[in-house]
Design a protein around this ligand. Structure first.
Ligand code: GLC
Length: 557
């Protein structure tokens, strides 16, 4: 195997872990998680085997969208720490073999950003063109709003100048005018600044939204194709830091996502989340039928070599099901979030994985085994490794943004502040820290945490999963996904049973004579017949990862 490739394009088989500093660990006891606290807990993440941290926004903010509303791109939210703390964090993470990326929020700023404050003072203010304005009354855009519970238009009237500004998200998040070269210069500087401080790239927020604004002002425009902007961004990144990545949030059908990877081996975003496979995976879990996921995987278009899918089951937003049909979404709602208080924006769920799967350890483990076995780079959202639950009483997406549960102590070990001073309420009840916490699970060899750790480490030892070519294997069981990933002459086969019924899966593999299947997540070796046939038993909601061992091979496993 050409293992050296895997360190050059490190992100093609990284294990990404997303967290929000303010809810992770509070080192100074003021009730708000901080950068120093995260630095203290870096070893926890190293022990789990994480190789890349994704930090949710830590910039100065009025915090009306949990930090996705920034007032200074070059700053650090003083509640969380200082630039010095950021540097120490990055340095410590690197020492433990972890890279660090952070959210890049260039679709919009907060309306409290000094640029917007200046822009709204008069139509001829020099900052006016940093944002997108219209002077004639806007048409009905209620079908384009992202947060339909709060907004009914993507244009907001600014009383003082009598014009409307564009905001795809909340009205307090005016969209930047990316067509303006001055704004683009600010963005280059922002990217350059954080790379210089040591970041290894960015999770790029809301990509299609800011790209759609690029063409708005034909006079200012340097280029016709908005994607040129993404090409310039990747090139800029490469010039400043050859190792750095752009991981884009592009929730679009696969075919449209292709445009965002670009051509020539991949010259735009390095990575994109696979929202389609994620949504179809939930449909498969709900139906106990691998079919929808198989469809998503087999219809995934081939992507350029220097590009990658990021796979995930959960993130900090609602579990969006916006790309399913109404009937499909209703099926997933019925299975995993039947009550209205579990649903949000009419399109998603505000629950975490374990509660959706009724706390059934077999199903939870099967779901995460599936995640790590899918072709791509798995992304975890903090607390998933413990099986944390949500706080349905919290508003909207805040339900899944509760403090990290470290121990069964006060505030789940998150903070020593009085509970009423915490940045968010700790989950209570059956998923509270008494029952779900890191300290206990790290000591218990049979815990979910240790299971996840095994998945992480095994995934890392199977570059086939991040790099390989996918084949969905033909077999007769509709509730089973059997797939294989092959890379550089090596093959991993994974099987997942979406139903409670134990089953034996007959496979026919294209392998040389005298090959065998070696279990990677447990002990066991199964001989493969002379024509490549092999029967693989699976428990109810069972999962197996098997590597093909060819006769005479000198692999360790
Ligand atoms: C992205 C983020 C979301 C945020 C929105 C506006 O979709 O994931 O949390 O609210 O952008 O920045």
């Amino acid at each position: 195997m050409r293992m050296t490739q895997t360190s050059d394009l490190w992100w093609k088989n990284a294990v990404i872990y997303c967290l929000d500093i303010e809810t992770f660990f509070d080192a100074d006891g003021d009730g708000v998680g901080d950068i120093a606290g995260l630095t203290e807990r870096i070893d926890y993440l190293a022990q789990l085997g994480v190789t890349c941290l994704w930090l949710m926004p830590f910039y100065p903010t009025p915090d009306r969208d949990d930090g996705y509303d920034v007032t200074d791109y070059y700053g650090v939210d003083p509640r969380l720490g200082t630039h010095g703390d950021v540097v120490e964090l990055i340095r410590t993470a690197k020492d433990r073999g972890m890279r660090v990326i952070a959210d890049l929020l260039i679709n919009h700023t907060s309306n409290e950003h000094p640029w917007f404050q200046a822009a709204r003072t008069s139509t001829d203010n020099p900052y006016r063109d940093y944002y997108v304005w219209r002077s004639d009354p806007p048409p009905d855009t209620s079908d384009q709003v992202v947060f339909p519970d709060k907004e009914d238009s993507i244009w907001e009237l600014d009383e003082r100048t009598g014009e409307w500004y564009l905001h795809h998200f909340y009205a307090h998040q005016p969209d930047l005018n990316i067509a303006n070269p001055k704004v683009r210069d600010e963005i280059w500087k922002t990217i350059g600044f954080w790379l210089q401080l040591g970041l290894d790239g960015f999770r790029v927020d809301a990509v299609p939204y800011f790209l759609s604004d690029v063409g708005l002002d034909p006079d200012e425009q340097e280029v016709d194709d908005p994607h040129t902007y993404l090409r310039q961004m990747r090139a800029f990144l490469g010039r400043r830091h050859g190792d750095a990545i752009l991981l884009g949030e592009v929730n679009l059908p696969h075919e449209e996502q292709l445009k965002y990877f670009g051509d020539n081996g991949g010259d735009q975003l390095h990575m994109m989340f696979d929202f389609i496979a994620m949504q179809k995976a939930y449909l498969s879990l709900a139906r106990e039928d691998a079919g929808p996921l198989v469809e998503a995987l087999t219809q995934r278009p081939a992507i350029p070599h220097d590009c990658q899918w990021a796979t995930f089951l959960r993130n900090h937003d609602e579990l969006t099901l916006d790309k399913l049909t109404d009937d499909e979404r209703a099926e997933v709602f019925a299975a995993f979030g039947p009550e209205e208080r579990m649903q949000v924006y009419g399109r998603g769920l505000k629950r975490r994985v374990p509660t959706m799967l009724d706390g059934d350890p077999r199903r939870i483990r099967m779901a995460y085994s599936l995640l790590f076995s899918l072709p791509g780079t798995p992304t975890l959202y903090y607390g998933e490794e413990l099986g944390m639950g949500e706080d349905l009483a919290a508003e909207g997406r805040m339900a899944v943004r509760t403090p990290m549960q470290w121990s069964d102590g006060e505030n789940g070990g998150f903070s020593t502040a009085p509970p009423d001073r915490l940045v968010g309420k700790v989950v209570d009840g059956g998923y509270g820290p008494q029952h779900v916490n890191a300290a206990a699970q790290m000591r218990d060899p049979d815990s979910l945490w240790n299971f996840m750790r095994t998945l992480v480490l095994t995934y890392r030892a199977c570059p086939e999963l991040g790099w390989g070519e996918l084949t969905v294997l033909d077999q007769p069981r509709a509730h089973v996904l059997a797939h294989q990933l092959s890379w550089e002459g090596s093959t991993v086969v994974a099987l997942h049973n979406f139903s409670a019924e134990p089953v034996t899966v007959p496979l026919r593999l294209d392998v040389p004579p005298d090959s065998a299947l070696v279990d990677l997540l447990r002990d066991g070796t199964t001989d493969i017949g002379p024509d490549g046939e092999v029967d693989v038993p699976l428990e109810g909601y069972g999962h197996r990862w098997l590597r093909v061992r060819r006769d005479g091979e000198r692999r360790l496993v």
